[in-house]
Design a protein around this ligand. Sequence first.
Ligand code: FES
Length: 159
Amino acid sequence: MSANGTDTKEGKDLSRRRWIDVVLGSSAVAWMGAVMYPVLKYLTPLSDGGGSNKVTLTDAQKQELTGAGFLIARLGTDRVLVVKEKDDKLRALSAKCTHEGCTVQYVPADGIVWCACHNGKFSLDGRVISGPPPRPLAAYPIEGDLKGTVSIVKPGSLA
Ligand code: FES
């Protein structure tokens, strides 16, 4: 403390200014992070699931497949329709319609794969039955059965 008391007041002002600078600086850094993180996240390409060429169904997916008779699984960025036929044989087809890319679904009562967008119909081996789809659905190799593990493999990735 100085004899006239002015140093103390200037010292407090300087200390207050430093504190305000630190708070404002921290706020600016936090604001930049809050703005830049979503932008960078948006610009980063989506992961394809680690570049995996194979996915194994979880227990929950196997239960869904057993109960509903079909499910849509993800294999990297692909949507795959997995169907359980009456004899428990499993099939896997691309779930992306070859017409305009809508997600197809299995119709158990008719035993067909149906695209609701423009009424495209496919057989269980992927062939076009009717409607506008220009090409069959790609078949995915499927390994195992519902009593054990079930894995779907990306076409063309088997050695
Ligand atoms: S997108 Fe499937 S029939 Fe048109």
